[in-house]
Ligand binder design. Structure first.
Ligand SMILES: [Ca+2]
Length: 300
């Protein structure tokens, strides 16, 4: 996401958001006053209002994400909109937009024909090694996804789904992936941008926004020090074309291709809008492309 976009559109959008929120708040309060008198129902009113506020935050994010398309490149991995706490006592909204193109699509380790992908699979293993996570877990994940029931490890096909992951937190169903492992690997992984699951074109990794672990996994010869050099370079000047990465010392031998996996402009974003009204919290999580087309929606 370009900072320019937020600077120029941010204040107008915040006013829009406030108006939407105040209006929906009034409607809900009105309904509340007319129909509801018991204290147990006041939670319902708070929940409804929180849900409307979260939806407002989501609508605001959709406008920001759409505006990314006008920019030639994307250089911001995450945007946390300033929290709005001036709705009144006990009401708040927090919105976070994350670039899905900064992550690796874990479904890519298994190809359409059900075979193991010769480049993406070792890349995932390299990520796990870099993060000090048992790399054998990548075998269990591959068996979980691949259509056959031939175990790579003695128990790695037990209860396997044998299909692509639909949401990333399905990983928690896999033996050996506890909260610690999941919390370590999940910031670098996505399931979005896969023609089989969500009807998207293939997602590629944005070298302007990928963090060190993802840059390291991109190529067998990538090192942490090279990844740091890439980040230093893009902080001075974001990559406007992929070939500019060759200006980073040591990158000429690796090249710009990374197996055709990289881009400089992002196409897919995750939006998390968390609204709280009187201790009742509603969270909307979605993934959308730059035309604000929703690929994934979850409300809780
Ligand atoms: Ca399998």
């Amino acid at each position: 996401m370009s900072r320019k976009v937020l600077d120029s559109k941010g204040s107008a959008l915040i006013i829009t958001l406030l108006l939407i929120t105040i209006l929906t708040g009034l409607v809900v309060d009105f309904v509340y006053d007319v129909y509801i008198e018991t204290s147990s129902m006041s939670n319902w009113g708070a929940a409804q209002r929180a849900s409307y506020i979260a939806r407002s935050g989501h609508a605001l994010s959709a406008e920001l994400v759409e505006s990314v398309n006008k920019e030639p490149y994307t250089d911001q991995r995450e945007l946390v909109l300033p929290p709005w706490e001036n709705f009144g006592p006990g009401v708040s909204l927090l919105v976070r937009i994350t670039d899905e193109n900064s992550k690796f699509n874990i479904n890519n380790i298994i190809m359409d024909n059900g075979k193991t992908a010769p480049d993406a699979y070792p890349a995932l293993k390299k990520l796990f090694e870099y993060l000090n996570i048992n790399p054998n877990l990548t075998d269990t994940i591959a068996d979980w996804i691949d259509p056959d029931s031939e175990p790579r490890l003695f128990d790695s096909e037990d209860l396997a789904k044998n299909a692509y992951l639909w949401s990333l937190d399905e990983l928690k169903l896999i033996t050996g992936i506890d909260d610690r492992v999941y919390n370590t690997i999940s910031p670098y992984l996505t399931v979005h941008g896969n023609s089989k699951i969500h009807g998207d074109s293939e997602i590629k990794i944005n070298i302007n926004t990928a963090e060190i672990p993802v840059l390291v996994m991109l190529h067998p010869d990538m090192t942490e020090s090279l990844a740091k050099s890439i980040i230093e370079q893009r902080e001075i000047s974001p990559f406007k074309e992929r070939q500019e990465v060759l200006n980073v010392s040591g990158m000429k031998t690796i090249g710009i291709n990374f197996g055709g996996r990289t881009v400089v402009k992002s196409t897919m974003f995750r939006v998390t809008a968390r609204a709280t009204v009187n201790d009742v919290t509603r969270v909307i999580e979605s993934v959308m492309d730059t035309s604000a087309k929703i690929k994934f929606w979850r409300e809780g």
